[in-house]
Structures are given as C-alpha cells and as structure tokens.
Design a protein around this ligand. Structure first.
Ligand code: E4P
Length: 217
C-alpha cells in the first residue's frame, strides 16, 4: 500500500518523508489556501522534496482551460499528477493529458459509475472521497470495495487512491479492501502508531527498569 500525504505543509511532509513514509502528496485548492502559499511555488517545493507523484489541482471548469492549466502544472516537475474534477469536462481533460503521457488524478469521485468513466478516460488515479460520503450517512468504505471489485473484474489499471480519510480506521479498512494508495492528513498517519496497550506495556517496563536499575549505556 502506498502512502500519500494530503497536505501542502512542507514541514509535515518533510517529517514523514524522512521516515520513508511518503510515496506521494495530494493537494487541493483548500489545502493550498490553508498553506497561504502561491500554488506554483509551494508545489515546486513539494516536488523537490518528494520522489513520488504530487497531485496539483486545476482551477478551471471547462476542458480547454483545464488542459492548458494541466500543461502548465506539469512543467513544474516530472512528478506532477494533474488533478481534475470528475465532471464531463474533467474527463475530457483527463483523456487529453493522459494521451500526452502525463499522470492524472481524477478527484471528487462518489460513485462506481464515475470511477469506471475515469478509468476509461485514462486516469492514473481515481480519488473516491470516503469521509465526505460518511458525512452524509453513506458508507465511504463500501465505495472503495465496489470500485476495487469492478476494476478487478475488468483489469482496469487506474489506481484506487482512497481520499478524504478522517480516521485510522479508514486507513486499515482501505488496506483490507486493497486500495492501491491512501492519502491522509499527516496527523491521521501519525495517529496510526497509537495503541493503549502499547502505552500501558511501556509504562510497566519503565517502572521495572527504574525499580531494577537496569542500564545499557
Ligand atoms: C484528496 O485528494 C483530497 O485532497 C482530500 O482527501 C479531501 O479530504 P477532505 O474531504 O477531508 O477535505
């Protein structure tokens, strides 16, 4: 399973990257706004830091302008994946940019039918949004499982990039289902280390180390 970090915060990406836990990065207009940085500048910095795909999202809604924006974004670095929304125009842009040989991440996917269209348009990644489905009392994990099944039925090579991850359970469930990639905020990735029994066990060991005066160095 590949780990993408869903942020435009350089320090957070660098911390996880130093541990070998970053296979790529996803950004979106809201994350760029949150960073307070210029999209081109911050995306270049991320691309310099990380070897894997870095998703940068177009701002236009018509195919022609999306394609032009995509062609500008891919000049930032070789590891740019152009992110386009799952609209008819977004699919046109996906087809044109993937025909050019660029990676394309089709985002805002909320149904299996949308995922099929993205695969047929040549998407490198499809981004089903788990948390936003959960937000409206649907089950985001069901969508990941359905796309996995359909893509496997027909041998679609588009990678399933489980997105809008809000909890460590979303990551474990995505791994069980066989999502190719998860993208999650740094805090959620770091929370994967937590377990109450680890804390309890370590407390007991530390008490015994102190009581017995155990020293190694
Ligand atoms: C994915 O590429 C998106 O940037 C992201 O996962 C959206 O997450 P949110 O629904 O928590 O905003």
């Amino acid at each position: 399973m590949k780990f993408f970090v869903d942020t435009a915060e350089i320090d957070a990406i660098a911390e996880l990257n130093d541990l070998g836990m970053v296979d790529g990065v996803t950004t979106n207009p809201s994350l760029i706004k949150k960073s307070g940085r210029d999209i081109i500048e911050v995306t270049k910095e991320i691309c310099d830091l990380v070897d894997g795909p870095v998703s940068a999202e177009v701002t236009a809604t018509d195919a022609e302008t999306m394609i032009a924006e995509g062609r500008k974004l891919v000049q930032i670095a070789d590891n740019i994946a152009v992110k386009v929304p799952l609209t008819w125009d977004g699919l046109k842009a996906c087809k044109a940019l993937s025909d050019d040989g660029h990676m394309v991440n089709v985002t805002l996917c909320f149904s299996v039918n949308q995922a099929i269209l993205a695969a047929k348009a040549g998407a490198t990644f499809i981004s089903p949004f788990i948390g936003r489905l959960d937000d409206i009392n649907l089950d985001g994990m069901d969508l990941i499982a359905d796309i996995r099944q359909v893509y496997d039925n027909y041998g679609f090579e588009t990678e399933i990039l489980a997105a809008s991850i809000r909890s460590v359970n979303h990551i474990a469930d995505s791994a069980r289902i066989g999502a190719d990639v998860i993208t999650a905020p740094p805090a959620v990735i770091k929370a994967m280390v937590n377990h109450v029994l680890t804390d309890k066990g370590l407390d007991a060991f530390l008490a015994d180390i102190k009581a017995a005066g155990i020293k190694i160095l």
